[in-house]
Design a binder for this molecule. Structure first.
Ligand code: PLP
Ligand code: COI
Length: 356
């Protein structure tokens, strides 16, 4: 593997003093990892260097045509040192995003090595308060300077780090979700299964409308019939119906979440039946009203397990269960974070302890 160069910062930032006020994605650490790609040289010039602005020509391809994607994972201050959670799955998904966007496959081994080296330098930035972590944001952008719509020949991959608390201001308190019945986020055959920046651009309009009405997130319906549940802006959606854990199948328009996959695999170990099947919005509204749906939650790296207390469809709001945190959500939250922070034995081999 090629050498990763280290460039020392002239000065370091002050670390946040009050970890209860971290929020999400507002503070960035002292260093970043970068590497470049060209078809001639492949991935090269890997460096851990001071966090800094990017200097880009205004005609840089990704700015105009959105050839860009990102990833999201976390480093945890675990009971026995620093741990990552399924990082190889994130880098494998990065390569799938890259393929769909006609970008080069990531050198996944080099990216993981770069991340480890970055974390070794930045480990004092990993917050220690309960529920906090160091959010890891890998990103790839197309860097050719050219206004023709084409696949770029050159790319930049970078990783930045941000100490974070809860993604939602509500923390573990159930959030309220707005069911979007006009705009769609993705269609099968499109790029919904990737972490393309464009998917998030497509979601902001509806997200802002929902926020104005007092809802934290948008629940997307399928782009064709507008009747099947897809996912939420920053997480996959899971329901507990008739005591079973139920989530929509992966059909190309939603993100195959690492947390979703973990929930599907942990469920049976905790004694729950799990089902991946199409779920209509009518079923959601009906089973929430008649009590067959006892819980609903979103799941994702940033959001962890985020209970949903109510859904609003066309002005009608229904409460899920008693509007509080359900026992299945709580059990999954405790088991998942227990594995991530090294408190619970990990027989799946998901948690990676770093030698730093
Ligand atoms: N769906 C979307 C649109 C997301 O942005 C995320 C966050 O990454 C997820 C689902 C959850 O994915 P993961 O569990 O891999 O973080
Ligand atoms: C993550 O959970 O890592 C995400 O990418 C969600 C993000 C859009 C905040």
């Amino acid at each position: 593997m090629q050498e990763i160069k280290f460039v020392k910062a002239a000065s370091l930032k002050e670390k946040p003093k009050d970890q209860s006020k971290l929020g999400f994605g507002k503070i960035f650490t002292d260093y970043m990892f970068t590497m470049e790609y060209s078809s001639k040289e492949g991935w090269h010039n890997a460096q851990v260097k001071p966090y800094q602005n990017l200097s880009l020509d205004p005609a840089t391809t990704f700015i105009h045509y959105g050839q860009a994607f990102f990833e999201g994972m976390k480093a945890y201050n675990a009971v026995d040192g620093v741990r990552l959670f399924r990082p190889k799955d994130n880098f494998a998904r990065a390569t799938r995003s890259a393929e769909r966007l006609c970008m080069p496959a990531l050198d996944e081994e080099l990216a993981l090595e770069g991340l480890k080296k970055l974390l070794a330098v930045e480990k004092d930035w990993i917050p220690t308060a309960p529920g906090t972590s160091l959010y890891i944001r890998p990103c790839m952008i197309a860097t050719d300077v050219f206004l023709g719509v084409h696949a770029s020949d050159t790319y930049l991959f970078f990783i930045i780090l941000s100490p974070v608390g809860a993604y939602y201001a509500e923390g573990l308190k159930p959030i309220k979700i707005y069911v979007e019945d006009e705009c769609v986020r993705a269609v099968r055959g499109g790029i919904g299964f990737t972490k393309a920046a464009a998917n998030y651009a497509a979601s902001i309009f509806a997200g802002e409308h929902a926020a104005q009405k007092g809802y934290s997130q948008v629940l997307w319906l399928d782009g064709v019939e507008r009747k099947y549940i897809e996912e939420v802006g920053a997480m996959n959606m899971v329901f507990v119906i008739d005591g079973k854990i139920v989530t929509p199948p992966l059909r190309g328009s939603i993100l195959p979440g690492v947390t979703r996959d973990s929930v599907l695999k942990l469920g049976p170990k905790l004694g729950y039946e799990v089902e991946e099947r199409p779920i209509t919005i009518d079923e959601v509204m009906e089973t929430a009203k008649n009590g067959r749906m006892s819980e609903a939650f979103g799941c994702g790296t940033a959001a962890v397990i985020s209970p949903v207390g109510a859904f609003c469809l066309e002005g009608e709001e229904v409460t899920v269960g008693d509007g509080g945190i359900g026992s299945v959500s709580m059990k999954l939250y405790e088991t998942l974070t227990g594995i991530q922070y090294g408190r619970v034995p990990d027989d799946m081999g998901w948690s990676m302890k770093l030698d730093i």
